[in-house]
Design a protein around this ligand. Sequence first.
Ligand code: 4NP
Length: 158
Amino acid sequence: MKKVAVLFVCLGNICRSPTAHGLFRQLVAEHNLSHCIEIESAGTSGWHIDEPPDPRSVSAAKSRGCDISDLRGRKFEAVDFNHYDYILAMDTANLDHLIELCPAGYSGEVKLFLDYSSQAKYREVPDPYHGGTKGFELVLDLIEDGCNGLLNTIKKEK
Ligand code: 4NP
């Protein structure tokens, strides 16, 4: 059976989407579902191709028991629509970019990642790149919540 394929997308692919990639990978492994769900992340910019995640994201994730240091930046490509079932943007600017590239007839989900979150205060994961530590903690809080909702949805839908 084909795995359910999930792609998290942000701008740089060094802060938000690799955090979601790593946290969701860990959650899926904890639920013994790694053989059913494959996970990737990408940036709509090509600014950080092959780079590791931002050290602030690595240490924030590590403080919650999640190692994301093995991940490397890559750019979102239109061919990703041929493979991924869930293409989830961290904010509306990135979602708009994805929708522009989305072929007619794409049968998967292209939406905001926080559509799967249980909280209603944030629709977008705020870009933490130019801010301080607090921003990275907020990213983790929102992403943890979104990952739980996403996994529950995939279990129901697939
Ligand atoms: P991300 O954050 O989209 O969450 O990876 C950013 C990373 C880098 C830049 C902007 C946002 N940048 O301007 O290089």
